[in-house]
Design a protein around this ligand. Structure first.
Ligand code: THG
Length: 265
C-alpha cells in the first residue's frame, strides 16, 4: 500500500499559519512525523493562498525536502503551481492531479511529460462530479489511454475515482468501490488512489466511517491512499486488512508495526 501523508495542507489552520510565517521547523516536524508513521509520499497543498499559491507551494517543497529525503505529492489544480513546484522537487514527484477537464488536461500535459513523475488522474471529465461506476470507468479508461499514449507507463498512473459524501448520496460508497474494482481488473498494473475523508462528510464519528471505508476499498483493489498516517487506529485497520488479504508477506509489516509500538488493538 502506498501511503500519501495528507497533513501538510493549508486548509488546516496550523499549516496555514506555518506557511504564512514560513515556519520551516513546524512543517518539517509534520513531514517527519508522517514519514515515521509510514508515509511513502508527503502531500503538499497551499491552495488556500490563492494568488500566493505558487510561492507557498514552492516554499513547502523546499522546506520538506530540505530536511527529509522523501518524494512529495504536489497537490494543486493549478498547472503553473505544479510546474514551478516540480522544478524545485528532488527526485520523482507525484503530480496531484490531472483530469479530463479540457483546460486542465491541455495545460498540465506538457508539465507531466517534461520529466519522469507519477500522476494522479481524477475521474472528472467536465465540471460535474461523477455519480455512477460507469461514469468513473469511462473517464478512467480515456485518461489511461491518453496518458499511456503520451509515454507515461501504466505503473505511474494513479486513478482517483473521486470520493464524495455518502451523506449526500447513499450509493456513493458502492459507486467508488465498484469503480476501483473495474479499473483494477481492466488495467492490470495501474494504481488506484483516493482521499478517504470526503466519504464521511456531514456524519458523526467520521473516523469510524473512514477506517471502515479504507478496509473495503483495499478489499476492492485500492493500492494507494491519501490519509493521516499518524492516526493509529486508521493505520492498524490498514495493516490488519492487508494481512488478511494476503498483501503482507510473512506478516512482516504487521509484526514490525507491533514491535515498534505502532499497532493499536
Ligand atoms: N483526492 C486527491 N487529492 C486530494 C483529495 C482527494 N487532496 C486533498 C484531500 N482530498 C486530501 N487531503 C486532506 C487533507 C486534510 C484533511 C482532509 C483531506 C482534513 N483534515 C482535518 C483537519 O486537520 O482539521 C481533519 C483531520 C482529522 O479529523 O483527523 O480534513 O480526495 N487526489
Amino acid at each position: 500500500m502506498i501511503i500519501v501523508g495528507e497533513k501538510i495542507n493549508t486548509s488546516r489552520r496550523s499549516i496555514s499559519e506555518a506557511a504564512e510565517k514560513k515556519d520551516a521547523e513546524f512543517i518539517l516536524m509534520m513531514a517527519r512525523e508522517q514519514a515515521e508513521a509510514g508515509a511513502g509520499f508527503i502531500d503538499v497543498n497551499a491552495g488556500t493562498f490563492l494568488d500566493q499559491e505558487v510561492d507557498r507551494l514552492c516554499w513547502l517543497v523546499e522546506t520538506v525536502q530540505g530536511g527529509l529525503d522523501l518524494p512529495l505529492c504536489l497537490d494543486s489544480p493549478n498547472p503553473d503551481a505544479l510546474a514551478e513546484a516540480m522544478k524545485r522537487h528532488k527526485g520523482e514527484p507525484m503530480i496531484n492531479s490531472i483530469s479530463l477537464e479540457p483546460d486542465r488536461y491541455r495545460s498540465l500535459l506538457p508539465v507531466i511529460t517534461s520529466r519522469p513523475c507519477r500522476v494522479i488522474a481524477l475521474c472528472m471529465a467536465e465540471t460535474s462530479m461523477p455519480t455512477t461506476v460507469e461514469e468513473r470507468f469511462t473517464v478512467a479508461a480515456e485518461l489511461i489511454s491518453r496518458l499511456t499514449g503520451e509515454g507515461i507507463p501504466l505503473e505511474k498512473i494513479y486513478v482517483d475515482p473521486l470520493v464524495q459524501p455518502v451523506s449526500v448520496d447513499t450509493n456513493m460508497g458502492l459507486a467508488v468501490l465498484g469503480a476501483i474494482r473495474r479499473i483494477m481488473e481492466a488495467f492490470p498494473g495501474v494504481n488506484t488512489i483516493c482521499g478517504l475523508s470526503n466519504i464521511s462528510y456531514g456524519l458523526p464519528h467520521r473516523h469510524l466511517i473512514n477506517r471502515n471505508f479504507l478496509a473495503v476499498a483495499i478489499a476492492s483493489g485500492l493500492n494507494a491512499a491519501i490519509l493521516d498516517p499518524t492516526d493509529r487506529q486508521l493505520m492498524a485497520t490498514l495493516l490488519s486488512i492487508e494481512l488478511l488479504l494476503g498483501r503482507d508477506e510473512y506478516c512482516q509489516n504487521y509484526i514490525e508495526a507491533y514491535e515498534n509500538g505502532r499497532l493499536v488493538a
